[in-house]
Design a protein around this ligand. Structure first.
Ligand code: BGC
Length: 765
């Protein structure tokens, strides 16, 4: 394979007539030799060009050569471009790089392909709620196939930032609060994007982001300061990044925030000591958007100083700032950075291009025919629909109000009930938003003639027009209605009056979460709550279909409604997938991966907290003076991590462990019987938690150690077993050594993190 690759490579350079051909030998050369020879030919300027990642700017088809960025490419000042869509445009731009530059080095083409490409899957928080690793991997595989068919060879995904803070808008882009689950998902996504051979034209380079700790900004405010102990970083926040590195991710994106007082972009401890020395990362690190420039705002020096600091910290590629391109030559001349440091960075970028097969065929990802066969296909959309249905979390379903019958008249009411462009959710750069399926259309098509569906908007997103504008940026409008609140409400009540059942489609707009969308209040906007109250007053059954990019505070809704289905932002197939679940063609099986608080004041909130010296032990939420609790709120969340209902019910019994003791070389099995005791076939996420009862440092009250998503037919019973070894009981101690300590461990298996049933073992030396 390597031989073929290298021979083709030589052929390619012969064809292009590059400097390589003059030295070409008949013997295949290794990747390392190829790259070293190339580096040896590069001027300093050409080297710095490889480290430069500008945006594509405005490139129109057929005119790439005269675009602003073309001049820089021709001068060898560009290593890659991002956010340019379409194989034909990318082909034109690549042509400039490989035909009009001195060394003819191909470009990387990046994009934020975050949860699908044109076929858009649920937002990552929704995807994680499937707890279905093969579906998640498959979604990344499909995203890679579509993106690569459109010219893209590099995605800025997976985003694996752990966050216990739903005020932060980017919780929507991650996999929630848990490091174990986050790590499994990080691996699945990297595998999905990169496959086993990066040089295939259907796989693309992944980029794990944002390294590190971006999900822990103070007060949940975007880009804010992060401050945490190293022991916490290693135990709770680092694992998913490390899992992605272990899975072979080809690139890492540095985060905007500071880590231990030094911005990640200039943090040598983080980028070199942790990432390279401890984790043995072999790919390259790119900054986030303008992050080098922002180091000046952080207050660590002028442009030249911060650019040099970033390179020396271990950053290889500068996204948008131009600091590497424009200042590193001066720093080199002044001895502030070395040629070796620059060469190291160039080498890693060229390695990635080589691994993608770009030297062999720079147009590998620009097959113009694939657009028709590989993008937004029936098969891909069917997969997205299935995945979306599996991401929904049934939060409440009293008296089995759901599933609905396919009969009678159903009123859809709410600002999200007939909207396409908000369905894909945040960071869906490649989506054709108007092609997404609104709830109304999905319901109508799934129901056909069997039932009548009527619709009223009911209210705007919020009463405050300026807020609505901030919350529907980038064209994702909710078509603000000029009618008054009363007029909208009257129409809604009139429509509701004709219906047997009301489906209220409420919540956030898609841009109320995502980057730069922090919130201090986490309730459904008040005008929508008023609408909901009026609908409930009709006395008709009301189902809340909740659109959200983050955990919300739903105390009132939980109290007043019989049924709540949380659908996040489901992607392009939204309307179909929601209808599939509402009418019982699919049984919901999603589980929360982030805790839903009772109040904003409980935040940060997560299930794997410590016990404290004064824990509140009563489960009734009764206040006890001088214990760790609030005088105005209970400690427990509204819905715990791992929570989610089904149309059927599951019973857990016979929890047992294979042995009461375990040595450092043994394996033990913890098992439980799970039965489907309800009236529907269904899927259940069986969750295993452990507690390390006594440690040299304090340990969480519970930690997720495993999960299995199983399908059970009505009446069926299965035994679910988890095998554990000492590796599963390890944690980072105060020396940051990864250790397991002898002593008692408790294991819990249940339907969510609130499980109480447990067995114990003793770990002995
Ligand atoms: C975001 C990144 C994204 C980058 C490129 C930044 O604003 O933080 O997640 O990959 O832009 O679009």
């Amino acid at each position: 394979m390597n031989f073929i690759k290298t021979s083709l490579l030589l052929l390619f350079f012969t064809f292009l007539g590059t400097a390589q051909t003059t030295n070409k030998t008949q013997n295949p050369i290794s990747k390392a030799q190829f790259i070293e020879e190339l580096i040896a030919k590069m001027t300093v300027e050409e080297k710095l060009g490889q480290l430069n990642l500008p945006t594509s700017g405005d490139i129109t088809t057929g005119q790439a050569n005269s675009s602003d960025v073309a001049k820089n490419i021709k001068e060898g000042k560009v290593g890659g471009l991002f956010n340019i869509k379409s194989a034909s445009k990318i082909r034109e731009v690549q042509k400039i790089a490989v035909e009009q530059t001195r060394l003819k080095i191909p470009l990387l083409f990046g994009m934020d392909v975050i949860h699908g490409y044109e076929t858009t899957f649920p937002i990552p928080l929704g995807l994680s709620s499937t707890w279905n690793l093969s579906l998640i991997e498959r979604s990344a595989q499909i995203a890679a196939k579509e993106a690569s068919a459109d010219g893209i060879n590099w995605t800025f995904s997976p985003m694996v930032d752990i966050s216990p803070d739903p005020r932060w808008g980017r919780v929507s882009e991650g996999s929630g609060e848990d490091p174990y689950l986050g790590s499994q998902i990080a691996k699945a996504m990297v595998k999905g994007y990169q496959g086993t051979d990066l040089s295939l034209n259907s796989t693309i380079l992944a980029c794990v982001k944002h390294f590190a700790l971006y999900g822990a900004p103070e007060a949940g405010r975007e880009y804010n300061t992060v401050d945490m102990s190293r022991i916490r970083m290693y135990n709770d926040y680092f694992p998913p990044y490390k899992a992605a590195v272990d899975a072979g991710v080809g690139s890492v994106m540095a985060s905007f925030n500071e880590v231990d007082g030094v911005p990640a972009t200039a943090n040598k401890w983080l980028m070199t000591e942790v990432l390279r020395n401890q984790w043995k990362f072999k790919g390259f690190v790119v900054t986030d958007y303008t992050a080098v420039q922002e180091l000046m705002e952080h207050g660590i020096g002028d442009f030249q100083t911060v650019s040099a600091a970033a390179l020396k910290a271990g950053i290889e590629m500068d996204m948008v700032s131009g600091g590497f391109l424009n200042t590193l030559k001066k720093s080199l001349d002044e001895g502030k950075v070395s040629m070796q440091q620059i060469d190291n960075a160039v080498r890693l970028i060229l390695n990635a291009k080589y691994d993608l097969g770009l030297f062999e065929d720079p147009y590998r990802y620009c097959d113009l025919k694939r657009n028709k066969t590989d993008i937004f296909t029936k098969e891909n959309r069917a997969e997205a629909r299935k995945t979306a249905a599996e991401s929904f979390v049934l939060l409440k379903n009293d008296n089995q109000l759901l599933p609905l019958k396919k009969a009678g008249t159903i009123a859809i009411v709410g600002p999200l009930g007939n909207n396409a462009v908000n369905m894909p959710g945040t960071w869906s750069v490649a989506t054709k938003h108007e092609m997404a399926i609104p709830l109304l259309k999905g319901m109508q098509e799934v129901l056909g003639q069997s039932a009548k569906v009527i619709y009223a908007k009911g209210s705007n997103l919020t009463e405050d027009a300026a807020y609505e504008e901030r919350a529907t940026m980038f064209g994702k409008t909710l078509n603000r209605d000029s009618r008054t609140k009363e007029q909208l409400l009257n129409e809604a009540l009139q429509i509701a009056g004709q219906a047997d059942i009301i489906v209220a489609a409420l919540g956030e707009s898609s841009e109320m979460s995502g980057e730069s969308s922090s919130r201090t209040e986490l309730e459904i906007p008040s005008v929508q709550k008023e609408l909901l109250a009026a609908l409930l007053k009709t006395g008709k059954p009301v189902v809340l279909v909740l659109f959200t990019g983050r955990p919300l505070v739903l105390v009132e809704e939980d109290k007043n409604l019989s049924a709540i289905l949380n659908v996040w932002f489901p992607g392009t197939e939204a309307g179909y997938a929601i209808a599939d679940v509402l009418f019982g063609d699919e049984n919901p099986s999603g589980k929360l991966t982030a805790t839903f608080p009772r109040s904003v004041g409980q935040i940060p909130i997560y299930y794997s907290h410590k016990n404290t010296g004064r824990p509140l032990t009563n489960k009734e939420g009764k206040f006890v003076k001088f214990l760790s609790n609030y005088i105005d709120e209970r400690n427990e969340p509204l819905y715990p991590f791992g929570y989610g209902l089904s149309y059927t019910t599951f019973k857990y019994d016979n929890l047992k462990v294979s042995s009461p003791t375990m040595t450092f070389s043994d394996k033990i099995t913890v098992s439980v019987d799970v039965s489907n005791t309800g009236n529907f076939d269904g899927k259940e996420v069986v969750q295993l938690y452990s507690r390390d009862v006594v440690g040299s440092v304090t340990r969480p009250i519970k930690e997720l150690k495993g999960f299995q998503k199983i399908a059970l037919k009505k009446g069926e019973k299965k035994t679910v077993s988890f095998e554990l070894s000492v590796g599963d009981l390890k944690f980072y101690d105060s020396n940051l050594d990864f250790v397991a300590e002898p002593g008692v461990f408790e294991f819990f298996i249940g339907t969510n993190s609130d499980v109480q049933q447990k067995v114990s073992i003793e770990l002995v030396k």
